[in-house]
Design a protein around this ligand. Structure first.
Ligand code: FES
Ligand SMILES: [Fe+2]
Length: 416
């Protein structure tokens, strides 16, 4: 993020705190709670948002070297992502061209070639078909045409994008817009190092899971003993970039900036910066790196979703962690996950991989998504017809408006 953008956002947040204001969308909107339970809508969302639109599947650091690969099944097709021997990120259907078995079995690893377990057809990590055993028995196979089915893939700003349709066009610039793309490039995500994973499988619609990332109104209430210890809540700098947005909220360390010249202001640890990337990515940049959450529906059950969180360190955070481990084998200066919400410990100790993703266990999963399960149960009863979104919940308006617009549905209903 450019320094002038950081300063503009930090000033806006300081003003909000001083004037006891929050973001104001200019209106309230309401959403039928049936949107969280309707099977027909869920089927339409799955077929459209998750199969017709590009999907973010990770950061460059998930494929750290030539030969790295990972597999992913989360949006209804088997995907094999590789960094081939020429260093290029590629994505394929993880499906053998013989009869469709998976060629890569593990969730991640390193491999120059993949041998299908069924009859041992072998493919290179750039998708080429290398070998067909017993070819004289099998009959002729034109190897040049029988490589793995390639999916459109792009690595931009250190983010891995895949289109689920082999013949689709993947245009990341059009998807994000130039302004957001340049801002994401400024973070140098391409250098971040993957350090932790977390899966949250709970009984709430995937849009309810998204909604919890859409306001800070609840921080001092629901999160008073967790994230609310570190972040003020009730303040938000918010900007839209097409169907995507940026959400920045003040930590209690923002007050330290009041004594510093603006040239020395930095956006973290005075805030955290959250990017929402349409349709299902919530990526939180904190002082140590990035936590990226990918939120997926269960295509068979609108009342369930799976959130996959990947934690990444900046190279600086990784170097600090490794140096501390080497220097002090007693780990006394490392931040324990259970101390994350102690303001002293979190600002003075060295972040660990466990601490980096801890907020997704103790805040998101144990607090936000529990509310989401309550909301899901209520929505399923059919007796509460609408959810109401306030002036201070602008990002939630944006999620639902974007989903609805992409599906050709009527916009959210304005209340006041
Ligand atoms: S299905 Fe893969 S070798 Fe037969
Ligand atoms: Fe929350």
């Amino acid at each position: 993020m450019k320094h002038e953008t950081s300063v503009r956002i930090l000033k806006e947040l300081l003003d909000q705190l001083d004037e006891n204001r929050n973001v104001d969308a200019g209106a309230q909107y309401r959403l039928p709670t049936s949107d969280y339970v309707c099977g027909d809508l869920a089927a339409q969302e799955w077929a459209t948002l998750f199969q017709e639109y590009p999907q973010v599947i990770g950061l460059s650091g998930d494929l750290p070297e030539n030969g790295s690969f990972f597999t992913i099944d989360d949006f209804g097709i088997p995907v094999l992502a590789t960094r081939s021997n020429d260093g290029q990120f590629r994505a394929f259907l993880n499906a053998c061209r013989h009869r469709g078995a998976r060629v890569a079995q593990e969730s991640k690893g390193k491999a120059g070639r993949f041998t299908c377990p069924f009859h041992s057809w072998t493919f290179a990590n750039d998708g080429k078909l290398l070998a067909v055993p017993d070819a004289d028995h099998f009959g002729p196979v034109d190897k040049a045409c029988m490589g793995l089915v390639e999916l459109p893939a792009a690595e931009k700003a250190g983010i891995l994008f895949v289109h689920p349709k082999p013949d689709a066009k993947l245009d990341v610039e059009a998807l994000l817009g130039l302004e957001l793309l340049e801002e994401l490039e400024d973070w140098t995500f391409a250098d971040y190092i993957h350090v932790a994973d977390l899966e949250i499988d709970m009984n709430l619609n995937w849009k309810l899971a998204n909604d919890t990332f859409g306001e800070t109104y609840h921080f001092p209430k629901l999160h008073k003993n967790t994230l609310g210890q570190l972040y003020y809540g009730n303040n938000l700098s918010y900007e839209e970039f097409g169907r995507n947005h940026r959400f920045v909220t003040a930590s209690k360390l923002i007050d330290d900036l009041r004594e510093l010249p603006e040239e020395e202001w930095t956006i973290t640890p005075a805030t955290f910066v959250l990017y929402y990337l349409f349709p299902n990515i919530q990526a939180v940049r904190n002082s140590n790196g990035l936590n990226m959450a990918r939120i997926y529906p269960d295509p068979k059950n609108p009342g369930r979703s799976i959130t996959r969180v990947s934690g990444y360190f900046t190279p600086e955070a990784m170097a600090a962690y490794e140096a501390e481990k080497a220097a002090n084998p007693d780990n006394s200066n490392l931040l324990k996950a259970e101390d994350l919400y102690s303001r002293d410990a979190s600002s003075s100790k060295i972040c660990t991989p466990e601490s980096q993703v801890e907020a997704f266990s103790s805040t998101v999963s144990a607090e936000d998504y529990v509310m989401g399960e309550h909301q899901q149960f209520t929505a399923t009863s059919g007796l509460l017809k609408h959810s109401l979104f306030g002036h201070n919940e602008a990002p939630i308006h944006h999620f639902h408006s974007s989903f609805r617009e992409a599906l050709g549905r009527a916009p959210l209903e304005r209340v006041s």
